[in-house]
Design a protein around this ligand. Sequence first.
Ligand code: ACM
Length: 767
Amino acid sequence: MKHLLLFLVLSFPSFAQTTDNQYNLIPFPAQFSGQTGQFTLSSATRIVITPAKDPAVRAVAQTVAGQIKTANGLSLSVSPTTPALAKGAHIFFSLNKKLTLGNEGYKLTITPARILAEAATPNGLFYAAQTLRQLLPAGQMTTATLPACAIADKPRFGYRGLMLDVGRHFMPVPFVKKFIDLMALHKQNTFHWHLTEDQGWRIEIKKYPKLTQVGSKRAESIVGQYSQNYPQQFDGKPVSGFYTQAEIRDVVRYAQSRFVTIIPEIEMPGHAQAALASYPELGCDPAKGYQVYTKWGVSEDVYCPSEKTFTFLQDVLTEVIALFPGKYIHIGGDECPKTAWKNSAFCQDLMKKNGLKDEHELQSYFIRRIEKFLNSKGRSIIGWDEILESGLAPNATVMSWRGTAGGIAAAKQKHTVIMSPAGTCYLDSYQGNPATEPLAIGGYLPLDQVYAYEPMPAELSAAEQKYVMGVQGNIWTEYLPTPEAVEYAAFPRAVALAEISWMPAGTHNFEDFALRLKNHLPQLDQNFGPSVPVNYAKRLFDISASTQPNAQGQLQVQLSKLDTDSRIFYTINGREPNERSTEYIGPITLTKTTTIRAMTPTGGKLTQTFTLHKGKNKPYTYAQSPAPTNDPKTNKLTDGVRGETPRDRRQWVNFFGNMDIVLDLGDVTSVTKVSLNFLKVILDKSFPPTSVNIALSKDGADFKEALTQPINYELTGPWDILPVVADFKTARARYVRIRAKNAGECPAGHPDAGQKTYFSTDEIVVE
Ligand code: ACM
């Protein structure tokens, strides 16, 4: 088995034979040795604890017995150790303070005679038990066998987190617990609970009842993405929900029993519109009529840095501190527009009085005051990386989300950091083809890219690296209205993050992970009992296609998949493929426009049309230089890949002025048709050009046969793709020139009236 080959190198001695797929552990242990034989577990097996009277060890044993009962239907009783039991075929949980594997490390030894879990802490014992649980077969059973092995394990990073946004969409308590349990199963130890937003306040605060009476309810939500409809459309469906303090205490206790620390986030100074809707006097313009925000994106209405606001926030934080025992309180700090402060006489006066030179310094003043308050209560703050601007609060931890630069800068300033860069840690992005996936916020982050993330920035010295506490995945819920949608977005990508934050640097390998994951996924279906599956995405089984020319210049299509041990079958005749179709063994050479349909027995499916046209792979030049910034290699417009949907901008080249392109077909040849598509996303200032002129030439100097096409479109309506086709019937040419005219400025009535528009096209198709 592949992962054994990989890990034997690092492990303590092992000479055992093992068979495939017995040890589908995630995260894979730091030291692992497979052994022969197996232990048989039944309801006669006990969890025997040492020291016999240790309440914390007993509590862990009972939690684990409960987990096994739910997932596997096996009832294991918990017993204090006795000389008679110590000789039996049981699971031994033994606290051993001499072990040097840290606070979370453990040893787990499974032999045919017994199972021994040892750790210096109850937390380590709990993790030994999570490993043990992963070795059990998935599903309900009366007896089970566990393959023999010897494990010594501890994490690479002390902070292994996931954030859940319950502001955009409220998530009920049973789901929050399920989410925490899934974290614990993969040894993630920090749940960052994003509790307040522009779109909803979700935590009961006794002193300010309107926060939940008013702030937890919004009238409706925007339909689709921010720029999808012009004008924006709203669904008319109210969204509400909040956690009572009793519920929060219950969730905190639940998390503690699974060694998950909860970090509550109370956003400030921005992302506060739900609080302002509840208590307008906290804003800079109380007469404005603040409502709980119904759009996604960032509201310009933020807390005014008044004494009223500081009193309010200190009162809120005092109640928050009483609910959450952990060291850290997250105070947000991100995306705080400064418009309201610029327009506020109070803010301008406050800045003068305190010698603050701009609104960024005012934000820094705001965060420092809150930090001082929280420090005085024995707590520390975490903020998103914007808190670096105009000076960090003295003891703050930075959560790096706008890439890694914030994390690097903070570590260099000797501040602790948590790495959560959007490009690799935002699990609300697309994980498969955006044209066929559920609508997401954007981005493209397949499982293997998450897994490839190395959290430790190479820019940091060894001394600076000590400030990197760990890694966090974030699940923002604008487009994830239900627990099922959250599960789909988060899993299994969160599991990939769990592994990279646990395993020793440089020891992991995606192919090996994918094989283990494939066998681990059925456990997620059974972890909460047979009727409570996890709605994880199955993109691991997807087939993807890439193209390249062969030596003769023909198009070759390569099919690949993350799930490397299954086979691919395909058709090119339009029929649905099945296991009797042609098996894919190597690149498929295409000589005409073709739709490939492919499948794998594990559920992978692909339908993709490859456009072969005379312009494909032919060079072109931009008359205006430089080329558009998102076409640096000047190849995207003839790469044969069309933009499929406005959701996914990767294929689209953006023109901020007019377009003037000359394509060289290499030889004079017949040209019957030239076509291209333009995106229409009016709210994003992406207006199709007003006219397109397509001209042909034999010599590249004298362009004739020009066809001018005006493009008429309604500004209103949903985003769209508009085609332009020039039909030349029987022309001959070597050069094709395309000129398109920018639509100018956004018209009156548009939110960006007077600002420049741009247009986007994906492929120049020459037939
Ligand atoms: C963030 O994504 N605004 C932290």
